[in-house]
Design a protein. Structure first.
Length: 95
């Protein structure tokens, strides 16, 4: 029987994500790219689950990451859990 691939969890390490988030809010473009890269597998997995007849999971993931790119600097949260909720909210609104 083939092994099932494990799905990517949301990044949840406050020690790593909080300094990245702080750098993003300060305008650090490299930190923004890294933060989006950290969340991309999670967003893609969640988007595939939410795919509809109208939108494919890959389109949902792309739209979610684009929206996050535009709005992340204004994000007021300060923890990995709040950041996960931020991505979930955008994802829900895209669908």
């Amino acid at each position: 029987m083939p092994q099932r691939k494990k799905m990517a969890p949301a990044p949840s390490d406050d020690d790593a994500l909080v300094p990245l988030l702080t750098a993003v809010k300060a305008g650090d473009e490299a930190a923004l790219a890294r933060l989006l890269t950290e969340f991309a597998p999670y967003v893609a997995r969640r988007a595939r689950k939410r795919g509809t007849a109208r939108l494919a999971g890959s389109d949902i993931a792309q739209d979610t990451l684009e929206q996050a790119l535009r709005t992340l600097r204004g994000f007021r949260g300060e923890s990995a859990q709040e950041l996960q909720a931020f991505f979930e909210t955008i994802l829900r609104n895209v669908v």
